[in-house]
Ligand binder design. Structure first.
Ligand code: 8X3
Length: 250
């Protein structure tokens, strides 16, 4: 039985990951800002789930929350850095600068802060696993992906650089890079409540679902300690690669 801390556990991937890991017998600390959602999940999952109210962008709050963990949940074997978001799909010269800052704060600063706080104990114990949720958006540019994609490229390179720093320890690091994933609030948040646009994004695609990502996380956790999966990229079968854009003059 492992103790797994999952950020952003109140919805989407985080919630599916928490559900599956608890079902498989692990202990899960689920963090989120939305206390009521966490409490509902705690009611559903019982004693193996510990709800930890936290905003990953509030560093003092992160420290306070981690320090408040009860003894039975205080040794974190696996950190799943899932909290993150996309805001907007406008071109760079039209995007809202506040959206950019929010994505940078959550997807990169929040992720590195909590990782830095949890990592020393893993190194000390010579055991642990950090699983970051990246994105195909960090691998392939697309129109309107600007800062969201850049934050996910950061997450990928941070993951690989962690591997470099953790050489000689038994601490493992993986970057999980999903493509088009429906069944979450991701696009509803990106399109700021334009739910029909969010729905259209996935229509007819048979897209990846949160449970598919949860299965991937479980598989990673179940790999033997001598195996490190550096990166794993997933797309729905219906998604593939397009060509580069060429603009021709009249
Ligand atoms: C999610 C993938 O293509 O919707 O990170 O940005 S995409």
């Amino acid at each position: 039985m492992k103790t797994v801390l999952v950020t952003g556990a109140s919805a989407g991937f985080g919630q599916a990951i928490a559900r599956l890991l608890v079902e498989k017998g692990d202990r899960v600390i689920g963090t989120a800002r939305r206390k009521d959602r966490l409490e509902a999940l705690a009611n559903e999952l019982g004693d193996q789930f510990y709800p930890l109210e936290m905003d990953v962008t509030d560093f003092a709050g992160v420290d306070k929350a981690l320090a408040s963990l009860p003894e039975s949940f205080s040794t974190i074997d696996v950190l799943v850095n899932n909290a993150g978001l996309a805001l907007g799909l406008e071109k760079a010269h039209e995007a809202d600068i506040k959206d950019w800052m929010t994505m940078i704060e959550t997807n990169t600063m929040g992720l590195v802060y909590i990782t830095r706080q949890i990592l020393p104990a893993m190194v000390e114990r010579q055991s642990g696993q950090v699983i970051n949720i990246g994105s195909t958006a960090g691998n392939y540019p697309y129109m309107g992906g600007n800062v969201y994609g850049a934050t996910k490229a950061f997450v990928k390179q941070f993951s690989l650089n962690l591997r470099a720093d953790l050489a000689g320890t038994k601490v493992r690091v993986t970057n999980v890079e999903p493509g088009l994933c429906g069944g979450t609030e991701f696009s509803n948040i990106r399109f700021k409540g334009d739910d029909s646009r969010a729905t259209q994004t996935y229509e007819g695609t048979n897209s990846i679902q949160p449970e598919d990502i949860a299965n991937t996380i479980l598989w990673l956790i179940e790999q033997p300690e001598h195996v490190n999966v550096n990166r794993i990229e997933l797309m729905p079968t219906s998604q593939s690669f397009g060509g580069l854009t060429v603009t021709r003059e009249e």
